[in-house]
Write a protein of this length. Structure first.
Length: 225
């Protein structure tokens, strides 16, 4: 028997082992992504989770009588410093607003989750907000008053907060949920994210903030007692 035969068998066995390991890891990653919102279920009264084409879920549910929508949006565009996973927390309850007001921290113009760059009017940064927060609207003459924004300006003191949107269709906060591991990305170009489900304690304050902001907006139209 040729001495190359055992060597060939060894390489074949190694190839099979690597293939099975790759399949196992791929399945584990897919399961982790699809389960990213599972720990949040106790925050809501009922709800539905649907896995999106990205492998990450989209979740809808009710909390304190309000309907919320959660989306995890991966951003793996090569010009980013590191791939990112954005968390979109939306309260799609209609509001008595006549225009959209969009506040974005450090906009690049290439964010995959927003229409910020398409809004036609650029506005000065309101007092109390960090200077890196840019503001745009589709009608600057009909946006909410500055004091309402000032009451919620501390939201941007959290460096994870990327965007706040107020519109007639509802409210949204966008967070930087996660970035790819720097070492693995730079060496192996691996951008795997979402291995650990997001914790309820991390999300709940933003759900409550959206509910409070909604009450403030509704208060604009209430007649004084």
């Amino acid at each position: 028997m040729s001495p190359l035969v055992p060597l060939g068998l060894a390489f074949a066995a190694l190839g099979l082992w690597l293939a099975f390991r790759l399949i196992r890891e791929t399945r584990a990653r897919a399961t982790a992504r699809a389960s990213y919102f599972d720990a949040l279920k106790p925050l809501f009264n009922g709800g539905e989770i649907r896995v999106q084409p990205t492998g990450f879920p989209r979740m809808t549910g009710h909390r304190a009588g309000l309907a919320f929508d959660l989306q995890a949006v991966p951003d793996t565009l090569t010009f980013r410093k590191l791939p990112a996973l954005w968390l979109l927390i939306t309260l799609p309850e209609p509001l008595p607003l006549d225009a959209t007001l969009d506040l974005m921290a450090r906009p690049s113009g290439n964010e995959p989750f927003t229409r910020f760059a398409t809004l036609p009017q650029s506005l000065p940064t309101p007092p109390g907000l960090p200077k890196e927060v840019a503001v745009r609207s589709d009608d600057a003459t009909r946006i909410p008053p500055p004091d309402l924004i000032a009451r919620h300006a501390d939201l941007f003191s959290d460096p994870r907060v990327k965007e706040l949107v107020l519109s007639p269709k509802g409210l949204r906060i966008v967070l930087l949920a996660e970035e790819a591991d720097r070492g693995r990305f730079l060496i192996f170009r691996e951008a795997e994210m979402g291995r650990t489900p997001i914790a309820p304690s991390r999300l709940a304050p933003f759900l409550d903030r959206l509910a409070a902001l909604r009450e403030d907006v509704l208060g604009l139209t209430k007649d004084p007692a």
